[in-house]
Structure formats: structure tokens, C-alpha cells
Design a protein around this ligand. Structure first.
Ligand code: AMP
Length: 419
């Protein structure tokens, strides 16, 4: 199927042509027709599937027909980055249409956002907290909203935003079209969807499986050796651009700094940074000033940077869904990508969960010249362990690691003592 089949207005089609998309992705094929027809929709799709265009394009088409300058579409997103990114995407797709989008989220002054609202807009992209503030301040009027889109609804739930969402719903006209997108379907989201969607079309795109265009490699490594392994991989594995995930904000910050000191073009993004610093880090990563971004899960949500070649799980994600979400930062659209995951001794349960999710027994990789103290990952049988690594005799390269220089490096980089 080609985009021509949707018969978008030429002003929308010409922006679409500029994107260079050759054909709609599966979620676009399935979601665009019912949304164009005015139906409610439940979209089960992970990030990287093209879900943003799946709702933005038909929304623009529907808005194009009506009056301008009233807020007729409201898109609610769980993070500032996702809100900003969606707003930018609308800007690109709507540039010939005179439809105007504004974005509102917390962590920055309200002033500029209020001015933007006063100038008039057709679409608002918002994070729940700031939107409610503006509604309560009577700065924003949602009484003309015809279309509501809840994006990454499961993350809204993770962030504790569901009560805010229910408050927002009370301010909207009941007669509207509602779209809910979620990568997973916890019972709270199912019940929200049942409450707010009327006879929805349901579209489901491989929501539990990691994206097929990504290859997955696992390295068994002790906590204290992770940083050494990371540097080795960054140097030797042809890593063009990478997001490195850590479990804690502190670790993301320190690892980013230490990589910088070691000469890598690295930055970090974590929840303790001001919105301005987060945006600077993201912009620097997007424009190529940095090619390595160390980030926590919260900060990395919604990042859509094209051409990320690698995702490196410095720390194991907490759930298989998070693994899917993280690794979905690479292999986006039709590109391929590689995911490297560091597995430490206490990650056994997660490894089992990932084996189930990936549908394969994990095979561990080794990297020439790198040794980590062999300590079996409890519960994994000999046969499952990486042959070359477990076959090695205990007794790592002590002389080297214990030299004063290497000790301080291990302390700086290892970070395991501070996790
Ligand atoms: P999303 O899942 O919305 O975050 O989109 C992931 C990436 O896919 C974004 O960089 C989009 O620009 C890109 N994309 C969306 N639709 C298509 C398409 N039909 N063909 C190629 N790339 C696409």
C-alpha cells in the first residue's frame, strides 16, 4: 500500500513526500483509515513503529477541513521530550497547512507557553501536570476539543498521571474522537480505555517483542568491570551513535563525565537535570556534537533520534518491556541496529525473562583482550554459559587491574560502589 491511498490533502502529502517515507508502516496502514473515518482507536504499538505519524497524519487531515484558531486536537504525552518531539513532528507535517501546534509542559516558565496559547492554536501537545495548571488558571480552553490522543498511556500510568488524565477528561467535551496508544496493556490502562473509548478500532503491532531489525548481544561481566568493557566496546565495535542506559541518575551523570574525560564525545541525560540542560544534551546528541548519550530510562523515553546505531544496557533493565523500549531506540523505522547488554551475576531472573521475550536462549559474546572475573551467573547451567568465558580459569588479569592507574580508573568508571 502507498500513502496515496489515504488521499491526504496535497498540503499534507507534500510534507509527507519531503520525509522520504516510501510506504506506510504496519501501524500506519491499520490505524490511519479508522482515524480518518472518525473512529476511536486503541493502538498497541511500541515506539519505533511509526505510531506518531499514524495519528498525526489523519488528525491533520481532519483538522484541515474545519475552522482555525480553536484548540480542536489535544495530545497528551508522559514526558517533556516526547511532547516536544511530537510538536516538532506536527510542525514538519503541517508546515503547508496553516494549522498551528503549541506545546506545554512543566519545568520551564509558563510565560512563553501562555503567550503561545493566546496567539491561538489548533493542536496542543501537553504533559498532564502543566496542562491542568493552565486549565485551572483558565488560560487554556479545551471546550472545542474534537480529538483527544493519549500517547504512551502505559508510561503515563508508570508516572502516576492517571488521576490527572481523569481530571483532564472532565474538562473535555464528551462528544469527541479518542485515540489511546500504549506499548503494553496493564489492567489500569485497559480499564481507562474501556471507560473512554467508544466502539474503538483496535490495532496491535508486535507489542511484546523487541523490534525485529535489532540484533541482540549479551556480555557477562562483573559490576566493577562494566566501565572497562564499555570503553572497549565503544572503541572497537564501530559504534557510530549510542545510548547507554544506566539504572540510576547518579550513575548516568558520572559515567557521562568519565567518558568525556576519557576522550569520548559523550553527554548524559537524567531526571536531575533542568529542562534546559536536558534539551541541550538532546540537541547536542541530535546534531552530532555528541555521539554517546548516557541516560536513565525516564530521561530516555520518547527520544527519537534517527540513525542510533547502538543501544548499550550498561545496567540490565528492570523488565522485559523496558528492554524492548530501550532497544527500540535503535533499529527505528527501516534501519537496523545493535543492542549490547551487560549481564552481571545478579541479573539471572531478568535474563530468563529476556530469553522468553526474545524467544531464544541467550548466547554470550566475548571481546578479545577483555576479561571479567569469572563468577557464574547463578542458575545458568554450564551449557548455557558462554563457552569461552566460563572455560577460562579463575584468576583475572590481577596485575593489570591492581596497578594504581587501573585502580583509579576502575573506581571512576566502575561506579558499582555508588549505584
Ligand atoms: P515513532 O514510532 O512514531 O517514534 O517513529 C519512529 C521513526 O520512524 C521516526 O523517526 C519516523 O520519522 C519514522 N517513520 C515514521 N513513519 C515512517 C514510514 N512510513 N517510513 C519510514 N520511516 C517512518
Amino acid at each position: 500500500m502507498s500513502f496515496a491511498a489515504f488521499k491526504f490533502h496535497p498540503q499534507i502529502q507534500s510534507a509527507l513526500d519531503n520525509c522520504g517515507y516510501e510506504a506506510p508502516t504496519p501501524i500506519q496502514n491499520q490505524a490511519i483509515p479508522p482515524v480518518l473515518a472518525g473512529r476511536d482507536l486503541l493502538g498497541l504499538a511500541q515506539t519505533g513503529t511509526g505510531k506518531t505519524a499514524a495519528f498525526i497524519l489523519p488528525i491533520l487531515q481532519r483538522l484541515h477541513a474545519g475552522t482555525r484558531g480553536k484548540i480542536r486536537a489535544l495530545i497528551v504525552a508522559p514526558t517533556r521530550e516526547l511532547a516536544e518531539q511530537t510538536h516538532t513532528y506536527i510542525g514538519n507535517m503541517a508546515k503547508h497547512t496553516h494549522l498551528r501546534s503549541i506545546v506545554v509542559y512543566g519545568g520551564v516558565s509558563k510565560h512563553a507557553q501562555i503567550n503561545n496559547i493566546r496567539r491561538g492554536a489548533d493542536i496542543v501537545v501537553a504533559c498532564p501536570g502543566r496542562l491542568l495548571d493552565l486549565v485551572n488558571d483558565r488560560v487554556i480552553n479545551l471546550s472545542a476539543v474534537e480529538m483527544l490522543i493519549l500517547d504512551e498511556a502505559d508510561h503515563m500510568f508508570d508516572h502516576g498521571f492517571l488521576p490527572d488524565i481523569r481530571r483532564i477528561l472532565k474538562t473535555l467535551p464528551t462528544k469527541r474522537q479518542t485515540l489511546v496508544f500504549s506499548a503494553t496493556m496493564p489492567k489500569e490502562i485497559r480499564s481507562l480505555a474501556e471507560d473512554i473509548l467508544i466502539n474503538p478500532a483496535t490495532v496491535q503491532i508486535d507489542h511484546t517483542k523487541p523490534t525485529a531489525s535489532i540484533s541482540h548481544a549479551f556480555y557477562q561481566v562483573e559490576q566493577r568491570d562494566k566501565a572497562t568493557l564499555l570503553r572497549k566496546i565503544l572503541k572497537e565495535k564501530d559504534v557510530a551513535t549510542a545510548i547507554v542506559f544506566t539504572r540510576t541518575k547518579h550513575k548516568a551523570k558520572n559515567l557521562g563525565l568519565q567518558l568525556q574525560k576519557a576522550g569520548f564525545r559523550a553527554t548524559s541525560m537524567q531526571g536531575n537535570l533542568s529542562q534546559q540542560k536536558r534539551q541541550e544534551a538532546l540537541d547536542g546528541f541530535k546534531n552530532g556534537t555528541y555521539n554517546i548519550m548516557v541516560a536513565t530510562d525516564i530521561a530516555a523515553r520518547g527520544i527519537d533520534v534517527s540513525g542510533i546505531s547502538h543501544v548499550i544496557n550498561f545496567d540490565m533493565p528492570a523488565t522485559a518491556e523496558t528492554y524492548t523500549h530501550r532497544t527500540g531506540r535503535t533499529g527505528r523505522a527501516s534501519c537496523t541496529g545493535e543492542a549490547f547488554t551487560f549481564a552481571a551475576a545478579d541479573d539471572y531472573k531478568m535474563i530468563k525473562a529476556l530469553e522468553q521475550s526474545l524467544g531464544q536462549t541467550l548466547v554470550y559474546q566475548t571481546i578479545a583482550g577483555f576479561k571479567s572475573t569469572p563468577q557464574p551467573i547463578s542458575g545458568i547451567t554450564e551449557a548455557q554459559r558462554p563457552c569461552s568465558r566460563t572455560a577460562r580459569k579463575p584468576g583475572p588479569v590481577r596485575g593489570k587491574r591492581n596497578s594504581p592507574r587501573n585502580q583509579s580508573e576502575a573506581f571512576d568508571f566502575g561506579l558499582s560502589t555508588r549505584a
